[in-house]
Design a protein around this ligand. Structure first.
Ligand code: ADP
Ligand code: MG
Length: 694
C-alpha cells in the first residue's frame, strides 16, 4: 500500500495539480476567478476543461458529471461519457469549457416546492470553482450549484455560498474598525463529527423496516444495551477496524481529512471526525463521507445506518457541527487571543454570536428539524429542543463582570475594561466541557450539537452564517459612526450581553429544571418538527434572509413546503411499512406459534397429562394477538383519515398527533409479543442480533 501522503488527494484536481497541469496565465486567471467569485472566461474554461479531462483520464475516468446537492439532502449526479465520434467510426475523448461551467441535467423530478412549473422544469447546474473537482468510481465529478432558469436556488449549495459571502462582507467591515485592512475575506470553517451504526448485511436484508425506513419500527430491547458503557471508546472489533481502514483510504484519496475514529455510546455505534475546513468544502466532504460510509460498508458485508434513531432504547446518532470564522490571513476570529486588543475583538465577535443565537433560536431549531431527529432532541441523549448557549465558567465570569461593572478578578479587584484588560485563560481542554449544551463554546469555536446524523450540514450553516452576518452588520453600522471607538465598543458589548444573557446556560440541559427555567426566561421550546417548521417563514426570518440575499421569499416558501412534505412522506412510509410487517410477518408468525402451543395442549390432553403450561402461554399470547390486530386496525384507520387532508401543515400536525401515537401503540404490543414468542418462530432478527451481531 502506498503511503498516506501519496494517497491523500490523489483523486482531486486540487491546487497543486492545477498549477502543474495548467498554463501559467490560465492558472492565474482561474485563481483570480475563484478568489473574486466571478464567472469564468470561456477561453479560460476551455483550457481548464481540457486539462481536467486529461488528468481525469489518467485516473481511469471515462465519464463526467456535475455533482450537486438537491433538496433531497443527498447528492445527485448524471453521468455523461467523454466520447465524441470522429467521423471515421472511432471516438476521441472530449470535454469543453461549456460542459465544465454549466450543465443542464433536465432534473425535473427533484423537489422544488413549486418553484418550477413542469413546462419549465429544467434546472441548470453551475460549477463552484471554490470546491475542487474529483474522480470517484471512474467519473470526473464537478461540484456545482443547481438553479432554476429564473435563478432561484433549487439546492443546498447556492444558499450556503451566498451566506458565506454575506458573513464575509459584514465581518470584513468589522475588522476594518480594528485596523485590519489586510483582510479581504472571512470564511466560516466547519468540522462535522459524524456518528453512525454498522449492522450485518444479512440481518439487515431480513428487516423491511431497515430497508424501507432506515430504522427499526419494531423490536423488543435486548437483555443488554449500553448500560455497562463498555462500548464507548472501547477496542474496535477486527471487522469494524477493517472497514474503518478502507473507509479512511477512500476518503483520503478524495482529499477528505478523516482524522478521528472511535466507538460511540451505543453498541454497534461509531464516530468519524475530519479536520475542519472551509464550510462549503466541509459540506461537500461530509456528503461524500456519508456516501462512502455506506458504499464501503457493503464491501465488508455490513450496512451503515445513518438514521438518527435506528434503535429504540439506545442512543441515536447525531452530527456535531464545529463552527468558527477565519480570515484569509489565517486568523481564527473566535480565538480569544492574549492581548487586551485581541480580546476586545474576540468579545465583539462572541457578542455577535450570543445575540444571533438568542434572536434566531427558532431558525437554529428549524435547521435541525426532521422526523428522524424528533426521536433524539429532548430524549436525554441529545440536547433538548430548547436552544441555549454554553460559554464556560471563565467567560461567564467575564460577561458577568462586564454586565454588572463589578470586579471580575477578585484577587486583583480589577474591573474589566475592554481594550485595557486581558481575559483570563480560557481552557480548550475537553474534560470539563458541558456535553449537554446544544451550542457550546469550546475554546476557539462553537459546537452546534443538535444536528441529526443524516443531515446535510448546509442548512444549519446557512442559518449560522446568516444570523451572525446580520448581527455583525448591525454592529458595524453602529461602530462605524462612533466618535470614541473603544468607549462605543465597550458600551455595545456590555449592552449586548445584558440584553441577551438569557440565552446563556451552563448547567445540565437534560434536566426538567432547565425546561422550567427556560420557560421562565421566555426561550422557545419547539418540541417537534411540526412546531418548528412554520417559524421558518415568520416575518422576521423572511426579512433576515431577503435582506442578506440568501433566499427570496419564494425560495423560502418552497423550502418550507419541501420540509413539510418530506416529514409527511417519511411518517407515511413508516406507517405503511409497519402495517406490512405486522400483517405479513409478525401476525402469521404469532399464529403459527399459538397453533404449535395449542397442538401441544391437545396432544398432552389425549394422553392424560394435566400439567398444561402451554395453555397458559397460548392464552396470554392469544390475548395480546387480538389486541395487536385491533392496533393494526386503528393505524389503518388513522392512515385512511389522513388521505383527505390536502394542507401540508394540517397533515403534519395530524401525523404527529394521531398517526405517530397509533404507530407507537402498535409497536408496544408487537414488542410484547416478541418477548413471548419462541425465537425460532420470530420472523426477523432481534435487537440482540442486530446490535451485537457484528
Ligand atoms: P472533540 O469535540 O471530540 O473534543 P476537537 O475539539 O478536537 O474534538 O474537535 C472536534 C472537531 O472540531 C474537529 O473536526 C476539529 O477539526 C473541529 N475544529 C477545530 N477547530 C475548529 C475551527 N476553528 N473551526 C471549525 N472546526 C474546528
Ligand atoms: Mg464533539
Amino acid at each position: 500500500m502506498s503511503s498516506v501522503s501519496e494517497v491523500f488527494g490523489s483523486m482531486v484536481f486540487n491546487d497543486a495539480v492545477m498549477r502543474e497541469k495548467l498554463p501559467k496565465d490560465t492558472y492565474r486567471a482561474l485563481k483570480k476567478t475563484m478568489k473574486e467569485g466571478r464567472s469564468l472566461d470561456p477561453n479560460v474554461a476551455n483550457v481548464v476543461a481540457n486539462a481536467m479531462k486529461d488528468w481525469a483520464l489518467s485516473k481511469g475516468a471515462t465519464h463526467f458529471t456535475h455533482w450537486f446537492q438537491p433538496m433531497t439532502g443527498i447528492t445527485a449526479e448524471k453521468h455523461d461519457s467523454f466520447i465524441s465520434p470522429t467521423g471515421d467510426g472511432g471516438v476521441i475523448m472530449e470535454f469543453s469549457g461549456k460542459e465544465l461551467v454549466r450543465g443542464e441535467p433536465d432534473a425535473s423530478s427533484f423537489p422544488s416546492g413549486g418553484l418550477r412549473a413542469t413546462f419549465e422544469a429544467r434546472g441548470y447546474t453551475a460549477w463552484d470553482p471554490t470546491s475542487y473537482a474529483f474522480v470517484k468510481e471512474g467519473t470526473l465529478c464537478i461540484p456545482t450549484a443547481f438553479c432554476s432558469y429564473g435563478g432561484e436556488a433549487l439546492d443546498k449549495k447556492t444558499p450556503l455560498l451566498r451566506s458565506m459571502e454575506a458573513l464575509s462582507r459584514q465581518a470584513v467591515r468589522v475588522l476594518r474598525l480594528f485596523g485590519h485592512d489586510e483582510v479581504k475575506k472571512v470564511f466560516t470553517t466547519v468540522g462535522p463529527e459524524q456518528e453512525y451504526f454498522l449492522v450485518d448485511k444479512q440481518m439487515f436484508d431480513r428487516r423491511k423496516d431497515l430497508i424501507f425506513t432506515g430504522r427499526t419500527l419494531f423490536g423488543a430491547r435486548a437483555p443488554k444495551g449500553q448500560e455497562l458503557e463498555d462500548h464507548y471508546f472501547g477496542s474496535i472489533k477486527p471487522r469494524v477496524k477493517a472497514y474503518m481502514e478502507e473507509l479512511n483510504q477512500e476518503l483520503w484519496k478524495l482529499g477528505i481529512l478523516a482524522k478521528t475514529e472511535h466507538n460511540e455510546v451505543a453498541p454497534a455505534q461509531h464516530e468519524l471526525a475530519p479536520i475542519f475546513t472551509t464550510t462549503n468544502i466541509a459540506t461537500d466532504h461530509n456528503q461524500l463521507t456519508m456516501e462512502l460510509m455506506k458504499k464501503v460498508a457493503l464491501r465488508h458485508g455490513l450496512v451503515c445506518l445513518l438514521h438518527e434513531k435506528p434503535f429504540a432504547g439506545v442512543n441515536g446518532s447525531g452530527k456535531h457541527n464545529n463552527w468558527s470564522m477565519s480570515t484569509d490571513t489565517g486568523i481564527n476570529l473566535l480565538e480569544p487571543g492574549s492581548s487586551p486588543y485581541e480580546n476586545a475583538q474576540f468579545l465583539l465577535f462572541l457578542s455577535a454570536v450570543i445575540k444571533a443565537v438568542d434572536e434566531y433560536q427558532d431558525l437554529l431549531r428549524v435547521s435541525v428539524a426532521s422526523a428522524g431527529n424528533d426521536h433524539r432532541l429532548g430524549a436525554n441523549e441529545a440536547p433538548p429542543a430548547i436552544v441555549s448557549m454554553f460559554v464556560g465558567d471563565e467567560l461567564e465570569g467575564v460577561l458577568e463582570a462586564l454586565e454588572s461593572g463589578a470586579a471580575y478578578d477578585h484577587h486583583e479587584n480589577q474591573v474589566m475594561s475592554i481594550g485595557v484588560h486581558t481575559l483570563p485563560k480560557i481552557p480548550k481542554d475537553s474534560t470539563d466541557r458541558n456535553r449537554t449544551s446544544p451550542f457550546a463554546f469550546t475554546g476557539n469555536k462553537f459546537e452546534f450539537r443538535m444536528l441529526g446524523s443524516t443531515f446535510s450540514i448546509s442548512g444549519p450553516n446557512v442559518v449560522l452564517n446568516t444570523i451572525v452576518a446580520e448581527e455583525l452588520r448591525q454592529f458595524a453600522d453602529e461602530l462605524e459612526g462612533a466618535q470614541d471607538f473603544t468607549a462605543a465598543l465597550q458600551e455595545l458589548i456590555v449592552r449586548t450581553v445584558r440584553e441577551h444573557r438569557r440565552i446563556i446556560f451552563n448547567g445540565n440541559n437534560y434536566s426538567q429544571e432547565w425546561v422550567d427555567e427556560a420557560q421562565r426566561r421566555g426561550l422557545a421550546n419547539l418540541k417537534s418538527t411540526v412546531d418548528a417548521l412554520p417559524c421558518f417563514v415568520a416575518k422576521k426570518n423572511i426579512d433576515l434572509f431577503t435582506t442578506h440575499k440568501i433566499f427570496t421569499q419564494a425560495e423560502m416558501y418552497s423550502r418550507y413546503e419541501i420540509l413539510l412534505e418530506s416529514y409527511n412522506k417519511v411518517i407515511n412510509i413508516e406507517a405503511l411499512t409497519m402495517l406490512d410487517m405486522a400483517k405479513k410477518e409478525i401476525g402469521p408468525a404469532v399464529t403459527t406459534y399459538v397453533r404449535e402451543l395449542c397442538d401441544t395442549v391437545i396432544a398432552k390432553k389425549t394422553i392424560g397429562i394435566d400439567e398444561l403450561a402451554e395453555q397458559t402461554i397460548a392464552e396470554k399470547i392469544a390475548k395480546l394477538e387480538s389486541c395487536f390486530y385491533k392496533k393494526i386496525a386503528s393505524l389503518e384507520d388513522a392512515l385512511c383519515r389522513a388521505c383527505g387532508k390536502s394542507d401540508a401543515l394540517a397533515l403534519a400536525q395530524y401525523s404527529r398527533d394521531t398517526i405517530i401515537p397509533a404507530m407507537q401503540e402498535l409497536r408496544a404490543v408487537a414488542d410484547e409479543l416478541e418477548t413471548n414468542v419462541a425465537e425460532d418462530y420470530w420472523p426477523m432478527p432481534t435487537y440482540g442480533d442486530l446490535l451485537f451481531g457484528v
